[in-house]
Structure formats: C-alpha cells, structure tokens
Design a protein around this ligand. Structure first.
Ligand code: NAD
Length: 248
C-alpha cells in the first residue's frame, strides 16, 4: 500500500511516541519524511535509519517548536532539502499536570507555548509554501481532553482545545486554496508521556473504554496517514477522535 507515494511530510517532536509512529507509517506508505525534536540523539538517529531502511528520504532536524523564529528557519531548511512539504503534522507536546490550586505560572506557560503556540508557529511558517503549491494537509494533534476537559490538566486541556479552534479557523481561511487542516484527538495512548501514570489510573481508563484496551501510537498514525493522503481530499476542519470509543 503506497497511499503517500511522492508526498513529503514534516512531523514535529517525532523522535519517540506518537510522532515516531506517524513517521514510520508515513514512510511505509511511501512518503519522504522530515522530522524535528529538541535533540539529535540516539532516538533521532535510529528513527532516521529506520525510515531510510523503508526506502524513503528521511532527515532529522533540531528545532524547538515553541520558538517562533526557529519554525520559519526550519521550514526553509526542509524546503531546501526536500523541495516541498505536502503534509505537516504538529505533534510536539508535553504535560505539566497539577490541580489548578498548585499549578504554577511556569506550568501554564510551558504547556501553552509547546502545545499550542508551536501549532501557530509551524502553520504560519508553512502557509506560504502551501499557498504557493495550492495544496497541503495540516494535521494537528489535539486530545480528547481538549473536547471534554480533565481534572488536573487545565493547562493541557486548554492547549488542546485551543488547537481545535485554531484548526477549524485555518480550515476556513485556507480551504479555497485546497489546503486542509484537521485535528486528531487521541484518547489514552501508551507512550512515554502516559508511562508516568499510576497503574490504577490506567486500569480505571481501560474499564471505561468500550474497546477495552489502551490505544497504541499506530492507532493514531493510521488516521494521520489517511488525513495526509488523497483519500481525504474532501475532509477539512474536523476533529477526529482515536480513543477506543471513550469519547462519543
Ligand atoms: P511523548 O512525550 O512520548 O513524545 C513527545 C515528543 O515531543 C518527544 O520526542 C519530545 O522530545 C518532543 N518535544 C517536546 N517538546 C518539544 C519542543 N518544544 N519542540 C520539539 N519537540 C518537542 O508524547 P506522545 O504521547 O507521543 O504525544 C505526542 C502528541 O500526542 C502530543 O501533542 C500529546 O499531547 C498528544 N497526545 C498524546 C496522548 C497520549 O495518551 N499519549 C493523548 C492525546 C494526545
């Protein structure tokens, strides 16, 4: 299956977790993949090698997605190396969970800057490229808690809800140029981000999930492939949950 053959994709924060899985599924479907993270470390090198072994062009870049100026520099570097970008996946994200009573200003600022401002930074920087191409698919990784909220995650939920409003607005602004923008809302996905949760919390979640299992990064990646592909050319401004039925 080569749903993304001839396409070039850029994924932020992809050295591990959901971003890594999206990079691999994209490459399996024939896309050349540029990806970013905060460091060029063993994880980034091993992903680069894994992608190249799948027969596509792949390159890791170091860039802090929360920094406005770095996003523009990064997009220019990717265009120089790859020639174009057909799909952008804004995936980089963090949690700094706490009850509002104990949440610090720094917990708030970090989560908003890395999760939400990053999406603005990259979408703003890439729009020139996609407007010129008159095509493109922007995929923003939100969360079910951006739809429903979650106690102890007011900063994170606000950042993920912000992504949804931003994605719908961008879809309306850029739709006439065949540029699509959608949000994916994962539920509980097993990655390093969720590995810090105590087992009893995880078991509680699984009990409430109709499909009775946690999600895997590949579950999210397969939807990202669909949204980056020409199978979804009439889909924009949507929020699609990947949560085993938890959010209906
Ligand atoms: P993860 O912590 O395993 O991976 C996140 C990656 O982003 C890491 O490689 C990290 O280095 C990178 N990153 C962090 N800050 C960055 C920055 N400023 N610039 C560039 N890269 C940065 O997390 P994950 O579970 O794979 O999550 C990926 C995305 O999916 C996030 O946006 C997260 O909020 C979202 N999400 C995850 C879940 C889940 O259950 N795991 C659920 C809903 C949404």
């Amino acid at each position: 299956m080569s749903l993304l053959s001839g396409k070039k994709a850029l994924i932020t924060g992809a050295s591990r977790g959901i971003g890594r899985s999206i990079a691999i599924e994209f490459a399996k479907n024939g896309a050349d993949v540029a990806f970013t993270d905060l460091q060029y470390d063993d994880k980034a090198i091993s992903l680069e090698n894994e992608l190249r072994a799948l027969g596509v062009k792949a390159k890791a870049y170091v860039s802090d997605a929360s920094k406005f100026d770095q996003a523009e520099i990064l997009i220019n570097a990717v265009i120089e190396d790859f020639g174009s970008i057909d799909a952008l996946v804004n995936n980089a994200g963090i949690t700094r969970d706490n009850l509002l009573l104990r949440m610090t200003e720094n917990d708030w600022d970090m989560v908003i800057n890395i999760n939400l401002k990053s999406v603005f930074n990259y979408t703003k920087a890439i729009q020139k490229v996609m407007l010129k191409q008159r095509s493109g698919s922007i995929i923003n990784i939100s969360s079910v808690v951006g739809i429903e909220g979650n106690a102890g995650q007011s900063n994170y939920s606000a950042s993920k809800a912000g992504i949804i409003g931003f994605s719908k607005s961008v879809a309306q602004e850029l739709g006439s140029r065949s540029i699509r923008c959608n949000a994916i809302a994962p539920g509980f996905i097993e990655t390093e981000m969720t590995s810090v949760l105590p087992p009893e919390i995880k078991e509680g979640w699984v009990k409430d999930i109709p499909l009775k299992r946690v999600g895997l990064p590949e579950d999210v990646a397969k939807l990202a492939v669909f949204l980056a592909s020409d199978l979804s050319t009439y889909i924009t401004g949507q929020v699609i949950s990947v949560c085993g039925g938890l959010h209906t």
